[in-house]
Write a protein that binds this ligand. Structure first.
Ligand SMILES: Nc1nc2c(ncn2[C@@H]2O[C@H](COP(=O)(O)OP(=O)(O)O)[C@@H](O)[C@H]2O)c(=O)[nH]1
Ligand SMILES: [Mg+2]
Length: 310
């Protein structure tokens, strides 16, 4: 089922799946919001009742895993076995649920019917009140949530973020979701329920424009381009995020060290000045420079750690 804060794009995302199942034409998907069935829902543009639909889908096989198993077989055996088709048929019973807090009972009822919940998140808005509520409801009902970071197009077209800033925003959204999970899940289940790109429990995309990917999708793309393992993509990603974290830590440590040195020298100067009187001219100039340096470092520290830049 799809669960989320109101307007984060559940019904639009359902349209994309309907189109994929051949039940809706491409030009109508996105704007049609087919699962908002009754007149009031259409008029008000919000989902009121949970609606379910059965979707016959051809889903992609995990080619990288097939590839690994094939490679372990001998060449003679491989020549006898028919290559596995790239897709397999699946019947998906999808439930689109309302996001408004007044209709939370519909979400609980739907959660009791489903095997899994896709928590949809507007990439630019992040975790909001109902996101937290649906995550708590899913955990309470024993349903494992996965995450779809939606409306990623807005990061590009509206917020005009650079690729790195957009990736940072997505990573922060994932961290916020995991913080909520850690708040509500029993301590022994936190690791199992937490979501991550590396594990394939986070998808990223745009329901309106009908595209999205998980790390596994990227791995398949890499596989088709001749790169054989999902680990390649995962390790690449992990290295990038840990390098960014290390850079931030080093920068903070250097600023903290500079501040401490300046603060120490400035305090010594003030004490010396109060005790002995005006010191030698050069010493006074040098110490004033340290005081100035201290003030500049403090301002830089403030700017670097202000919420808009973090
Ligand atoms: N830019 C953008 N807008 C979207 C996307 N998905 C949904 N929307 C818009 O967000 C609004 C709310 O979508 P809807 O599917 O009704 O949200 P729901 O309340 O979660 O079901 C609608 O105006 C959609 O056109 C998306 O991927 N990108
Ligand atoms: Mg809706």
């Amino acid at each position: 089922m799809f669960a989320a804060h109101v307007d984060h794009g559940k019904t639009t995302l359902s349209d994309s799946l309907l189109q994929r199942a051949g039940l809706l034409s491409a030009d109508k998907a996105g704007g049609a919001r087919v699962l908002d069935t009754n007149d009031q829902e259409k008029e008000r543009g919000i989902t009121i009742n949970a609606t379910s639909i059965a979707l016959p889908l051809d889903v992609a096989r995990d080619l990288t895993r097939d590839d690994a198993s094939h490679r372990s077989e001998s060449k003679a055996e491989e020549s006898k076995v028919e290559p596995a088709p790239a897709t397999m048929p699946m019947l998906l019973n999808l439930i689109d649920s309302p996001g408004h807090s007044d209709f939370s009972s519909e979400v609980t009822a739907a959660l009791r019917l489903t095997d899994g919940a896709v928590v949809v998140l507007d990439a630019s808005e992040g975790v909001l009140a109902q996101t937290e509520t649906v995550l708590r409801q899913a955990i309470t009902e024993g349903v494992r949530p996965v995450l779809f970071v939606n409306k990623v197009d807005r990061l590009i077209t509206e917020l005009k973020l650079t690729p790195d800033a957009a990736a940072d925003k997505i990573m922060k959204a994932i961290e916020s979701v995991n913080a909520v999970i850690a708040t509500y899940a029993p301590r022994e289940d936190v690791a199992r329920l937490s979501v991550s790109l590396e594990d394939g429990t986070v998808g990223v995309g745009s329901g309106y424009y009908g595209w999205g990917f998980t790390m596994d999708t990227l791995a398949v793309l890499y596989h088709n381009a001749g790169v054989h393992t999902a680990e390649f993509v995962r390790s690449k990603f992990a290295r990038k995020s840990s390098a960014a974290k290390t850079y931030k830590k080093v920068r903070k440590a250097l600023i903290d060290f500079g501040l401490k040195v300046c603060r120490c020298v400035a305090t010594c100067f003030l004490l010396f000045h109060a005790w002995v009187g005006t010191p030698h001219q050069h010493l006074a100039t040098l110490s004033s420079l340290f005081v100035l340096c201290y003030v500049v470092c403090s301002v830089v520290d403030r700017l670097l750690h202000s919420p808009s830049t973090s």
